[in-house]
Design a protein around this ligand. Structure first.
Ligand SMILES: [Zn+2]
Length: 430
């Protein structure tokens, strides 16, 4: 996908060694099958030579080096608990089922502060616990979908490290188009777009088109989507690359550029610009974004995934851009926190809050009050911890490529135009 490549943020951070075991085996199997297919003699060769082929599989294995150090240390590679999340499951209950005590759960939660993945588990996701002979939790894996797993592993001192595994996989375009017959919603639904995709299109184009009034029977629409596949499976991650609506003589278009934002054909932004910080005033920055921050005692890397502002308790925190509140939660270490998903592949997080001013699922506008800052969770003093994620990866909010202008700058415009040309071509063919 061009978007992520250009941002340089969506590179798979997973190495072969980091893959969950099952995946390693699948990969290994496919490597082997491909290898065997290439080596296997054709039927003619086989019948003329009749030489039995003894494949020494063991000797092939070390070259692939799929066993991680960690797996070698496992006394028992079968998880002590392998559970599919159900409605009503709580973290305490899961740890109890695995026979792991609450103190260890808090150690895991401490590591979770870095990724905030535990609160996002949904029914259908999978959780696995592995212990050693002494009953210590040595590994815990959250399986969200084929593209994302989060793995906690135990260090010698009993604390845990966390790895957020994102596999980029393959992105494939899909075109959905049709004619308006009834409302846009009904027509687009019949053509195969999801409710979420339709709502997103209506939001993106609302300044250009009144969907209730301007569209008439016979008007046409075309949407270019990009779906993620990992190991041949749809992951559920999908992107809208382009939209074209022909309404009478008017043509309304929107294309997503590599900065995550949507522009019309001429490079005019469709959404109001983002503001750099989620505060109405400037406050002293008390800690910078630092992916290589070291723990003062253990010396281990504990990334600081956000920027801290020295805000007194009760300071107004505002949404830096339009979006949907996807999380309003209380975490042992993050304290009261909020997550907002924005339309431009950006997710923002606000930690250690004192009170919430929005609820989960609510749409918010740029500049809207969402919370008051505080000092909750594991916090060393009143401050706001603000995170800015692009394509699921934390980036420095103070340096991120935030579209602050309404029109694409000249130097970006030629690249944007060529992206638009090729997407329009696809949409016309589809
Ligand atoms: Zn912080």
């Amino acid at each position: 996908m061009q978007t992520s490549k250009n941002l340089g943020l969506n590179k798979p951070i997973v190495s072969f060694n980091n893959l969950p075991n099952l995946h390693k085996k699948t990969l290994l199997a496919s490597v082997f099958i491909i290898g065997a297919a290439l080596l296997w003699p054709t039927p003619q060769e086989f019948s003329s030579q009749r030489i039995p082929v003894a494949l020494d599989i063991e000797s092939l294995l070390p070259n692939v080096a799929y066993e991680s150090e960690f797996v070698d240390n496992l006394e028992d590679p079968i998880p002590v608990l392998d559970h599919v999340i159900e409605t009503g499951d709580t973290l305490s209950k899961l740890f109890e089922m695995a026979g792991i005590n609450q103190q260890v759960m808090y150690k895991v939660l401490e590591a979770d502060l870095e990724v905030l993945a535990l609160d996002t588990l949904l029914p259908g996701n999978r959780i696995q616990f592995w212990d050693d002979a002494q009953g210590n939790l040595i590994k815990m894996e959250l399986y969200f979908n084929p593209a994302r797993q989060v793995v906690f592993t135990r260090f010698d001192d009993g604390s845990y490290g966390v790895e957020d595994i994102n596999i980029d996989g393959i992105w494939q375009n899909r075109i959905i188009g049709g004619e308006i017959n009834g409302s846009f919603y009904v027509s687009a639904k019949a053509a195969g777009l999801s409710a979420g995709e339709i709502q997103k299109i209506e939001r993106l184009l609302k300044s250009k088109l009144n969907f209730a009034r301007d569209l008439h029977a016979g008007d046409r629409f075309s949407v270019l989507l990009n779906d993620q596949y990992v190991e041949g499976e749809l992951t559920g991650n999908s992107n809208i690359d382009g939209i074209e609506i022909h309404s009478g003589r008017r043509k309304i278009t929107a294309f997503q550029y590599t900065d995550g934002n949507f522009y019309d054909e001429k490079g005019q932004s469709l959404a109001p610009a983002f503001q750099r910080i989620p505060l109405n005033k400037n406050y002293r920055m008390s800690s910078r974004f630092n992916p290589k921050r070291k723990h003062p005692i253990t010396g281990r890397v504990r990334p600081h995934n956000g920027t801290d502002f020295a805000t007194p308790v009760g300071t107004a925190v505002v949404a830096p851009g339009d979006g949907v509140v996807t999380m309003v939660a209380n975490h042992a270490f993050a304290g009261k926190y909020i997550v907002i998903e924005h339309d431009n592949k950006v997710r923002t997080r606000y930690l250690h809050l004192s009170s919430f001013k929005v609820r989960k699922g609510q749409r918010v506008k740029r500049g809207q009050l969402i919370a008051l800052s505080g000092n909750t969770g594991a916090s060393t003093g009143p401050h706001l911890h603000y995170e800015f994620h692009v394509n699921g990866r934390p980036v420095d909010p103070m340096k991120a490529n935030i579209a602050e202008a309404k029109t694409l700058p000249k130097k970006e415009l030629s690249e944007f135009s060529s992206i638009v040309r090729s997407r329009k071509m696809m949409m016309e063919l589809g």
